[in-house]
Design a protein around this ligand. Structure first.
Ligand code: MN
Length: 493
């Protein structure tokens, strides 16, 4: 079973998405390290810039095969060949509606073009993928005929695209089941998510005998997008027990990388990679998960498998077990009565509609236990920023760290980056910034910024904190210091 990723081709056709060239390199490298079998790098004939981009990716020497897309035309194929790809993906519409309205060709003319162009591809390169575009709306006898023709002309794999996302899993099972014995080449599927069934249809195709799946990171792509890489792979690996060759531990970092570069946020409830995928808030669920994670998680899929983390989150449904566990992580052991008061206060904050962070919980516990300020290793005193059109963003910080004054300065991509790096310099222990989120609470340039930060220590423990204010840099610095203080408490165990 192999995985073909088209994040850089179909994914880039997402309305509003255009990847920078250095970001394309980074995505291609990440996908290859993730273990995808092939990367569709682009459509070389579409523009000189696209041609150069595909050529540069093909020259990276990645483990994954690099694929270029081409219409059923020799000049398109030549552009792919000149770009130096390993695999040429040729497509032509085959449904009645497409033949009539887009290419104005008869079925016989399509077959002739397929034989000629696929044969031409194979004279020059070892791998050729053929796509009968709009396959799921193509008459089955013609779909079989054109697919056979492509395979006989040398196509090494035949893709079955559900171009407009109109299939359902039972129909996909039947279609792939009908094609497998008729087409003398391995089959691949490319499903669109117009009705939210892209992943389900892709999985059904594998059950029916498809040998390869086409996916994109975060399911980006035209209209409602394509089948999501992480979901498809995890269903195949765990529920179906099919090996995909994907290094599943890299799925979350891959998703975040593409989210950052595409500018498309990952919804918290996104399966597998979303923030909430392994988070538990309700008292009953948290209690169960503390005893055995498989009580309220799939069990066959764990956060460790996908590079995620399990989180007990604080909210209005939080229970005593979760709070006790979270406080124990930072060496706090309240009595039963104290714990009740802490839980009550957490729920009160949550009831005001606020997200309660680890740092908020700690602050509440400090108050209840009468420990104000104890164990704060970093006390931020001053922060100064220089930024502007002609200045490299630079931040200097002054803080009391373990009782002694420390000063550090650092440059960065922007003022926030510079400030967080400067704080990183004075931190007395190794800390990695895991997450940074910012939200403007009201519209307008005077909006209050709400910053959420998560930091991770060497042992992989993660703590989050937030801060709000009208100064984005200050709010970021405060949230960072709060999170680090919490982490350094946990460290002393
Ligand atoms: Mn597509």
């Amino acid at each position: 079973m192999t995985v073909f990723d088209t994040t850089l081709r179909d994914g880039e056709q997402t309305p509003g998405v255009s990847f920078r060239q250095d970001h394309k390199f980074a995505i291609a490298r990440q996908l290859s390290e993730c273990g995808v079998h092939a990367i569709e790098a682009g459509f070389p004939a579409s523009s000189p810039a696209e041609f150069e981009s595909v050529k540069a990716i093909a020259a990276m020497g990645l483990e994954a095969n690099i694929c270029g897309l081409a219409r059923m035309l020799k000049p398109d194929v030549d552009a792919c060949l000149d770009a130096g790809v390993d695999l040429v993906h040729v497509f032509i519409p085959t449904s009645e509606i497409q033949l009539q309205y887009t290419i104005k060709k008869s079925q016989a003319e399509v077959i002739e073009a397929v034989r000629e162009v696929v044969g031409y591809v194979r004279e020059h390169v070892d791998q050729c993928m053929f796509s009968p575009m709009d396959a799921t709306r193509t008459d089955l006898p013609f779909l079989i005929e054109v697919s056979r023709a492509a395979a006989e002309a040398g196509a090494t794999i035949v893709n079955v695209p559900d171009t407009v996302g109109v299939y359902i899993p039972t129909k996909m099972l039947a279609l792939i089941g009908a094609l497998v014995p008729e087409v003398p080449a391995p089959l691949d599927v490319h499903c669109h998510n117009d009705f939210g069934l892209a992943v389900a249809n892709t999985v059904a195709a594998v059950e029916a005998g498809a040998a390869q799946v086409q996916v994109t990171v975060n399911g980006i792509g035209e209209r409602a997008g394509n089948a999501d890489l992480a979901q498809t792979v995890m269903i195949l690996e765990t529920i179906l027990g099919v090996s995909t060759g994907i290094e599943t531990k890299k799925l979350v970092e891959t998703s975040r990388l593409v989210s950052r570069y595409s500018g498309i946020a990952i919804p918290p409830n996104q399966p597998v990679v979303g923030d909430n995928a392994f988070s538990h808030e309700s008292g009953i669920h948290s209690h169960g998960v503390i005893a055995n994670a498989a009580t309220f998680e799939p069990g066959i899929m764990t956060p460790e498998m996908v590079g995620h983390r399990r989180r007990l989150t604080l909210g209005k449904h939080v229970g005593r077990h979760a709070v006790r566990q979270m406080l124990a992580d930072v060496q706090l052991e309240p009595t039963d009565a104290e714990l009740d008061r802490i839980v009550e206060k957490v729920k009160a904050v949550a009831n005001r509609g606020k997200h309660v962070t680890d740092a908020d919980l700690y602050e509440i516990a400090e108050t209840v236990l009468g420990l104000q300020g104890v164990g704060r290793r970093i006390d931020l005193k001053d922060i100064a920023i220089m930024t502007g059109t002609h200045a490299i963003p630079t931040a200097s910080v002054r803080a009391i760290v373990d009782g002694a004054e420390r000063i550090a300065a650092c440059t960065g991509n922007g003022p926030v980056d510079a400030a967080l790096r400067a704080i990183g310099k004075i931190v007395p222990l190794p800390v990695t910034l895991k997450e940074y989120g910012i939200e403007a609470i009201s519209g307008g340039s005077d909006a209050i910024a709400h910053v959420t930060i998560a930091v991770e220590d060497e042992r992989g423990r993660v703590f989050d904190a937030s801060s709000s204010g009208d100064d984005v840099v200050l709010a970021s610095a405060e949230a960072m210091v709060n999170a680090i203080n919490l982490l350094s408490r946990a460290e002393r165990s």
